[in-house]
Design a protein around this ligand. Structure first.
Ligand code: SF4
Length: 476
C-alpha cells in the first residue's frame, strides 16, 4: 500500500490514541489538539468519540485531523469524556469503515480506539461470528470492541479484565462507555501508552507530546498488562496481566515517536542524538561535513557531528508538504524523482566528502536516490551512516513495514547494501549501541525487525495485515 509520493519509504507510523475524563473541560477540544500532536502516528483517518449523559457521539473520517474536524462538528461532541484516534492502517485496509473510534452498541455501548495488532484476530473473529456477532469493519480493533460490548459482566472494568488475557499481540487501547474511559495495554507493553494529569483529572495518550499541547502533565506510563479507569471517582488502576517478557518496541525510540515525547524516561531527541554519538564511535569516517537526511536524521546527525568534531551543515532541504501530494508526476518529472521531497544544496556538498546520517533504511529507494542526487550536486564522496541496525524482518506488532523481500538489507551483507545504494561506504549502529543510547536492555524490548527474535510466541505465523479481509472474502 505504499504511495510513490509518500513522505519516505520507511515503515509507516502505526496509530495514536487519546482519552480524557474531564467534565469541567471542553473534552472534544482537548481530544482535537491531542490528536493534532499525535498526527505523525497516522495520517489516513482521524476520529473523536464523546459521551454526554449516556449518549456516545462519534465523528470520524478519512484525512488529517485538521481536515476532519472544524468548529461545527467539534461543537456537536460535548460531554464529560472523550477518546480519539489517528490511524495508519495496520490491519484491514484504509476504508472508512476501518476509521476509529469503533462504536458498538451490543449489550454495552462502547467506543474504542486501538494502537497495535492482534495476532490471534482470525480465531477471535471466528469465535464471535459463531456466536452470531456481526462486524462492520475488517479491523482487529472491532474484535476487541465486540468482545467488550457483548460481554456479560456488569462493568466495563470487569469485562476488560476478562478479555485482556485472551488477546494476543500488541494493544494500547482506550475504550469509552457511558460511565468511564478505560485504557489498557498488552502484557508485553509493545506499543506506548502514557498517563497524564490535567488539573484534578486524568488523560491517556500514545505519547507525552499530546499532553504538552493541552497543558496536561505526564504522570507515568500505563504499565504493561495494566488497566486504568478514569471516571467520576477519579482514577482506578488494576494489574490484569503479568507477562514474564516485557517487549517495548525499540523502534519507537529510533523512528516513530516525536522527538519531544518522553518514553521510558528518555526524551526522544536526546536518545537519538546519543545514537548519533555512538554511531561515530562505532563507525567513524574521514569526511569534510556531516549532513542529515531531514527530518528523520536530524538528531542523530547532530550527535554524529558533535562526537566527531566535524562541521554540520544542511546539505538537503526538504519540502515539508510533500506527504500530502497525491498527483502523480508524468514520465519526464518522474526522472527527477525525489526532488519532490529533497533538494540538495550545491554550495554545501560540492567537492566535499559527506557523512550523510539517517535513522533507518527499509526498502532503500529513498536512500539510493539521495545518494545519486548528492553526487549529481558535486559531492566527492557519500558515506551513509544509519543510527539503527539493518532492518531485515517484518513487524507483527502494529507497524507496517515492507515485506522481507522488499527490504534492501534482506539477504545482503552491509557491503552489498552499500553497493546497491551506490554510496562509498555504509555503516549501521549496532543493537548494543541502540540500547546504550536508550539506557535499556534487549530483555525488556522488542527488536524483532532487526534481529528476527520475536518476543511473543506464535509471531512467525501471525495473521497478516489483510487476514480478516481474506476471511471475509472466503465467507462470502
Ligand atoms: S518488530 Fe520492530 S517495529 Fe515491530 S514492535 Fe518490534 S521493534 Fe517495533
Amino acid at each position: 500500500m505504499s504511495h510513490p509520493l509518500d513522505h519516505r519509504d520507511g515503515p509507516r507510523d502505526e496509530c495514536g490514541v487519546f482519552g480524557v475524563y474531564a467534565p469541567e473541560s471542553d473534552v472534544a477540544e482537548l481530544a482535537y489538539f491531542a490528536l493534532y500532536a499525535l498526527q505523525h502516528r497516522g495520517q489516513e483517518s482521524a476520529g473523536i468519540a464523546a459521551c454526554d449523559g449516556g449518549r456516545i457521539m462519534i465523528e470520524r473520517e478519512l484525512g488529517l485531523v485538521s481536515q476532519v474536524f472544524d468548529e461545527r462538528n467539534l461543537r456537536a461532541l460535548g460531554g464529560a469524556m472523550a477518546i480519539g484516534h489517528v490511524r495508519y492502517s495496520t490491519t484491514g485496509s484504509s476504508a472508512w469503515e476501518n476509521a476509529q473510534p469503533v462504536w458498538r452498541p451490543d449489550r454495552h455501548q462502547v467506543a474504542l480506539a486501538h494502537n497495535g495488532n492482534l495476532i490471534n484476530a482470525v480465531e477471535l473473529h471466528e469465535e464471535l461470528s459463531e456466536k452470531g456477532v456481526s462486524f462492520r469493519s475488517t479491523s482487529d480493533s472491532e474484535i476487541i470492541a465486540a468482545l467488550l460490548s457483548t460481554h456479560e459482566a456488569d462493568t466495563i472494568e470487569e469485562a476488560v479484565a476478562d478479555v485482556m488475557p485472551r488477546l494476543e499481540g500488541a494493544f494500547s487501547t482506550v475504550v469509552m462507555t457511558e460511565d468511564a474511559v478505560v485504557a489498557f495495554r498488552d502484557g508485553a507493553g509493545l506499543r506506548p501508552l502514557s498517563l497524564g494529569r490535567i488539573g484534578e483529572r486524568y488523560c491517556v495518550a500514545s505519547e507525552s507530546c499530546a499532553f504538552d499541547i493541552i497543558n496536561a502533565e505526564l504522570w507515568r506510563e500505563v504499565a504493561p498488562g495494566e488497566m486504568v479507569s478514569l471516571g467520576d471517582r477519579g482514577i482506578e488502576t488494576r494489574q490484569v496481566v503479568e507477562s514474564p517478557r516485557k517487549a517495548f518496541c525499540v523502534f519507537e525510540h529510533i523512528y516513530f515517536a516525536r522527538p519531544d515525547s518522553i518514553l521510558e524516561g528518555n526524551r526522544i531527541q536526546v536518545s537519538r542524538r546519543k545514537m548519533g554519538e555512538i554511531l561515530w564511535r562505532e563507525a567513524p569516517v574521514e569526511a569534510d561535513v556531516v549532513i542529515a537526511v531531514p527530518d528523520s536524521g536530524n538528531a542523530a546527525a547532530a550527535g554524529y557531528a558533535k562526537a566527531s568534531g566535524l562541521p554540520r551543515d544542511d546539505g538537503l532541504i526538504k519540502n515539508r508538504y510533500v506527504a500530502r501530494t497525491f498527483i502523480q508526476p508524468g514520465q519526464e518529472l518522474r526522472k527527477h524523482g525525489l526532488r519532490m521531497k529533497f533538494n540538495p544544496l550545491r554550495e554545501v556538498v560540492e567537492g566535499k566528502r559527506l557523512a550523510v546520517v539517517d535513522d533507518s533504511i527499509v526498502r532503500g529507494n529513498t536512500t539510493r536516490q539521495i545518494v545519486g542526487m548528492l553526487r549529481e550536486a558535486g559531492a566527492a564522496e557519500v558515506h551513509m551512516r544509519i543510527s539503527a541496525p539493518p532492518i531485515r524482518h517484518p513487524c507483527h506488532y502494529g507497524v507496517d513495514m515492507s515485506t522481507k523481500q522488499e527490504m534492501v538489507a534482506h539477504g545482503r551483507t552491509v557491503e552489498e547494501i552499500a553497493e546497491e545504494l551506490g554510496c562509498d561506504s555504509l555503516a549501521y549502529l549496532s543493537l548494543g549501541g541502540v540500547y546504550e543510547a536508550i539506557r535499556g536492555t534487549r530483555e525488556t524490548h522488542c527488536d524483532a525487525c532487526f534481529s528476527g527474535d520475536y518476543p511473543l510466541a506464535r509471531s512467525d505465523d501471525a495473521n497478516g495485515k489483510f487476514a480478516l479481509e481474506e476471511l471475509a472474502v472466503l465467507k462470502t
